[in-house]
Ligand binder design. Structure first.
Ligand code: NAD
Length: 173
């Protein structure tokens, strides 16, 4: 009775192989996934270099690369609010109905659990390498190895918008 949907919040700054493996993992267990692009108001900083729109483009490119049927995926940007307690309710306003929340982020998991949702902690896929912080640090160092941590189409997109240059500029003091 009805499709089963999982909510998957993240910042995706930028989306890397760990995120795409996670999305695949979710779609092996649910009919559809709602990817919440969190901190949607943020961009042009070291922790959040890319706009919500750019993150949508990157997620779409990567999902196509890994052969995920985009009709099973929603992507919805949501801005942050000051009040953690109210955040799950805030997210609800922007997204279609969902059954469970999938998150490896303890704060996200706790907030949705206390609010009454089913929360699933997914496995971590090679977390040492597949981490957006690692990707951004390598970019800053000028180490081309960052490209191997994201799908090829995502690496091309980042280069096409001057993403590495942007990261350098916004972290200059
Ligand atoms: P993220 O991009 O770091 O991670 C997204 C998801 O991918 C997480 O579940 C994470 O565990 C998982 N992941 C990352 N690397 C992985 C790997 N190698 N293998 C498997 N899974 C991996 O995003 P995040 O920090 O979890 O994003 C949470 C968002 O929710 C942020 O935008 C935050 O601001 C927002 N938030 C807002 C409020 C508020 O507004 N009050 C409160 C809580 C959270």
């Amino acid at each position: 009775k009805g499709v089963k949907r999982a909510l998957l919040p993240g910042r995706f700054q930028p989306p890397h192989w760990g995120h795409f493996r996670l999305i695949k993992w979710v779609l092996e267990r649910f009919d559809e996934v709602i990817i919440v692009i969190g901190s949607a108001q943020k961009s042009h900083s070291f922790s959040n270099p890319f706009t919500a729109g750019e993150r949508i483009e990157m997620l779409r490119l990567g999902l196509k690369d890994v052969g995920i049927d985009l009709s099973r995926v929603f992507m919805i940007p949501v801005t942050d609010i000051e009040t953690n307690f109210v955040w799950p309710r805030w997210v609800e306003m922007f997204v279609p109905r969902f059954d469970c929340v999938v998150s490896g982020n303890p704060l996200v998991a706790r907030l949705f659990f206390e609010y009454g949702y089913c929360v699933i902690t997914p496995p971590m896929f090679d977390r040492e390498r597949y981490s957006a912080t690692v990707v951004r640090r390598l970019m800053l160092k000028g180490d081309a190895e960052w490209r191997s941590l994201v799908p090829p189409s995502v690496a091309e997109y980042i280069e096409s918008i001057g993403g590495v240059e942007r990261l350098r500029r916004v972290t200059e003091v």
